[in-house]
Design a protein around this ligand. Structure first.
Ligand code: SF4
Ligand code: ZN
Length: 314
């Protein structure tokens, strides 16, 4: 039976790049230290700041909320949690229930924004309309753009200094490969662990779990007793990320460090492309940050609304 390399107790987690196993206590200490060091080394939060933590109700975001709630005093930050209800029946309501329970347990106010209230339709309604229009946009495209938009709007409304998301190393490696297969050069070098204040209405984003492999986040959540309902989004079958995720995990079986190298390549490309700082304009429709004259959220909503009107009028 494997033993912890620090105290010889029964091992809980294998950490190959440290050269052995750790017991649950030492692994938790190691995981928490990396979270705190990432915050400090990259100057992610400062004392007195208000941090909005984006929670979906999945294990990663619940873990992030737990870590922040546990260390909020030591960090000197004020916390608020923000969630988005896209309106995905049989999925999101369960995840949001978990987010509510844990936020209450850890004493963090939770603010929930919904697609229905903000845009006038749920994701389920939009997807039904999109299907009839030939699915020009995939559910995840719509979901991702509108969710990011609402999270930023909520963080702005709450006067947060930072918006923290739970993206881990696997998410980042997947995102990089997705941008590669889409030949999206601009996005390839964007989205590091910290984004600066590039627009007055864009709350700077931080990713404190950026250097944590997904399996370690899962192990930590398990050790801390953090549970997320085992439901899967019904639109996952349309997700390119899901295909890349499975592929990358298969490659990792024979090459333990592949995800680190993907992220290292991202850093090299970022340097070669001149830092990856994106220029933002202001959306003519809603006044929020945008890469073009009209932001992606407004363009998508403008595309979906007439489809919905047609659907309801039939
Ligand atoms: Fe949204 Fe796609 Fe994730 Fe479902 S799988 S929650 S549609 S991004
Ligand atoms: Zn807009």
């Amino acid at each position: 039976m494997p033993r912890c390399m620090l105290c010889s107790s029964v091992a809980a987690v294998k950490v190959p790049y440290l050269g052995g196993h750790l017991c649950s206590t030492h692994f938790s200490q190691y995981f928490e230290r990396r979270f705190l060091e990432t915050l400090e080394r990259l100057d992610m939060v400062r004392r007195g700041e208000r941090v909005a933590v984006a929670v979906s109700g999945g294990k990663d975001s619940l873990t992030l909320l737990y870590l922040f709630s546990r260390y909020r005093r030591a960090l000197g930050v004020e916390l608020v949690a923000v969630a988005v209800d896209e309106g995905i029946k049989g999925y999101r309501e369960y995840k949001l229930e978990a987010a509510k329970e844990y936020a209450e347990k850890w004493g963090v106010e939770l603010v929930i924004k919904s697609f229905k209230r903000a845009f006038g339709f749920t994701l389920d309604e939009a997807v039904a309309a999109l299907m009839r229009g030939g699915l020009r946009y995939k559910p995840c495209t719509l979901c991702g753009v509108l969710r990011r938009y609402l999270l930023n709007a909520a963080a702005l409304e709450l006067e947060a200094d930072k918006l923290a998301t739970a993206h881990n190393m696997d998410d980042e490696a997947q995102a990089f490969l997705m941008n590669m297969v889409r030949a999206n050069l601009k996005a390839l070098s964007r989205e590091g662990p910290v984004s600066g204040k590039v627009h007055e209405k864009l709350v700077p984003r931080i990713k404190p779990l950026y250097f944590a492999p997904e399996r370690e986040v899962t192990a930590y959540a398990l050790i801390q007793g953090i549970e997320s309902p085992p439901v899967e989004c019904p639109y996952i079958a349309y997700s390119t990320r899901h295909i890349i995720r499975r592929w990358l995990n298969r490659v990792e079986l024979g090459d333990r460090s592949v995800k680190y190298r993907v992220l290292a390549l991202k850093e090299l490309l970022k340097e070669a492309l001149g830092g990856g700082v994106e220029e933002f304009k202001t959306c003519k429709v809603c006044g929020m940050p945008s890469s073009g004259d009209v932001c992606k959220a407004c363009s998508l909503v403008a595309y979906v609304r007439p489809l919905l009107t047609n659907l309801f009028n039939e």
